[in-house]
Write a protein that binds this ligand. Sequence first.
Ligand SMILES: [Zn+2]
Length: 291
Amino acid sequence: MLKTILRRITDHIIYMPHDDHTDRPILASISGANLTLGIDAGNSSVHANLFLQELAKHNEKKIDFLVLTHWHWDHVFGCSRMNLPIISHVGTQEQLVKLQGLAWTDEALDERVKAGSEIPFCAEMIKKEFPTHRDIRIETPSIVFEQKLELDLGGVNCLIEHVGGDHSSDSCIVYVKEDKVLFLGDCLYPDYYNGDWKYTTQNVLVLLDRLQTYDADHYIISHRDPLTKAEFQQEADFYRKISTLLGQHGNDHSAICAGLSHFIGRALIEEELFIVDWFVNGFKMNQPNDN
Ligand SMILES: [Zn+2]
């Protein structure tokens, strides 16, 4: 059997894992009896091509159309290589049209970082993914929706739904009903684009309430390995606990960490400390300025 980097979640769903080296998200393919839906286009033609080649090599079905989880570069720069009809939220389409007017040279990226319209992390990753030739052509989605869209792929039904959240207001999830798989894109990540990285307690709680209404066995977050239902539940509880502790202790970082540590029964790891930082940043931002 040929070796592959693809991984199968269910009979209908296969994905290519994320690659943090240049911030490549998970790309996935969902096949019904009649149609195959791709999720996200990847961060470059090279990334998109790798996925398409792997699918072909292993006789997987060809993708018929693509859905974008949100407009960020790492999910959309592969669209031109995919050369497929694109489905997106109307907000994603609006943002992509704006990106079409931008230049992607080192100088242009550096200028936008200086002006605050691009973040250093993305500029650095774009330079790394495209060390020489930047063949970046931003496509316009041809099928847009505002709230939700249901697709019957032939015995496999996908619900694409707009959920928003701090990370990107156009964020959508894809729920594969028969397979009980929920693709979350980046919707649970913090807001990277407006100063210090942050979570807004209210937004996170609304989002978690929404996400926890889906009956899923697998939770696919774009830049991580898939989570089981129990793992997702545990993370949701962790986020909810931080929100409660913020309400009790305000922005007292060490009191929040002590409460959390007590809650999970061990010391916090670095990643968890960052999450607390992002909540505290959001909390501070929502306080009236007392100067
Ligand atoms: Zn993103």
